[in-house]
Design a protein around this ligand. Structure first.
Ligand SMILES: C[S@@+](CC[C@H](N)C(=O)[O-])C[C@H]1O[C@@H](n2cnc3c(N)ncnc32)[C@H](O)[C@@H]1O
Length: 266
């Protein structure tokens, strides 16, 4: 099971609403991570990967989705069923609220609109929302810090995925590089041979904050991630970096760059 201390911290102190406001509201406040820049980087990379339709299949699984749905806006057209997951119940509830279009749920309209503009009007925002709500079939409890041989979605069995997506999860969920390697192995284990992994994260980060709550992260480098994936039998096709701007002004976290990678399981 998840490292007991960090697991407990996520259960009790990770506030979905604060996190969404902090990271996904399109606004700039002094001393915060350059949110809009990060979100636009991620959305445009995902659009670039998925909008051509070269990746498609029956099932997409996302690990550590948090309270978000933005990572699926581009991909949802190409996978019949999407399974999202997180360790924290409040995050899963927040996703369920958006799926049911409940009052007070987070507003992803601007993100969806932005992706539709990138696609030059191929889909309308209303159609995208409908597809997302139809195709996100399950919102599961997940513990990706289990041993490689264990099912992170226990007691639910999920069949092998054509695509696995994960954003900013493993560096938060793991206590050190050894456990990161083990959890990345578990994530790769969810993919069918030939399946595609889309991994998003931060390099050289030691912490991030959600409101006044600080969370420790595993400090990652591009070399370590590439080497670990190679050892796990995964070929990196694309590794894109977006360096942090004005990191000395950033009180919210100490990352040096965000990364976006696409890789294939041999
Ligand atoms: C920084 S947030 C990232 C959320 C979202 N994917 C994003 O890109 O904004 C880290 C997420 O990892 C989740 N998490 C922490 N430990 C985990 C574990 N052992 N298994 C699965 N998810 C975990 C947290 O609940 C949280 O939602």
């Amino acid at each position: 099971m998840a490292d007991r201390l960090s697991g407990e911290l996520y259960h009790t102190k990770f506030d979905p609403k604060t996190y969404l406001g902090y990271c996904y509201q399109f606004s700039e406040s002094p001393g915060q991570k350059d949110n809009s820049r990060f979100v636009l980087f991620v959305l445009s990379q995902l659009s670039h990967t998925f909008s051509s339709g070269q990746y498609r299949g029956q099932r997409l699984v996302e690990v550590g989705t948090g309270p978000t749905i933005h990572t699926l806006i581009s991909a949802c057209e190409y996978y019949e069923e999407m399974v999202v997951s997180d360790y924290v119940e409040g995050n899963r509830t927040e996703i369920q609220k958006w799926l049911r279009a409940e009052g007070g749920c987070f507003d992803w309209d601007e993100h969806i609109q932005y992706v539709c503009e990138l696609e030059e009007g191929k889909r309308t925002p209303a159609a995208v929302k409908q597809t997302l709500r139809q195709r996100i079939k399950q919102v599961l409890k997940c513990d990706i810090s289990l041993a490689e041989s264990e099912n992170p979605f226990h007691p639910t069995a999920v069949e092998a995925a054509d695509c696995v997506v994960s954003s900013l999860c493993l560096e938060a969920a793991c206590r050190d590089r050894a456990s990161y390697r083990r959890s990345l192995g578990a994530m790769v284990g969810l993919l069918r041979p030939g399946g595609v992994l889309v991994l998003i994260g931060d390099l050289d980060e030691t912490f991030y904050t959600v409101g006044s709550q600080k969370f420790a992260t595993v400090t990652l480098s591009q070399d370590f991630i590439e080497l670990t994936l190679a050892e796990l039998g995964v070929r990196v096709q694309q590794f894109v970096l977006q360096p942090a701007l004005n990191s000395e002004l950033n009180l919210k976290c100490d990352y040096k760059a965000s990364f976006y990678l696409v890789a294939h399981k041999n």
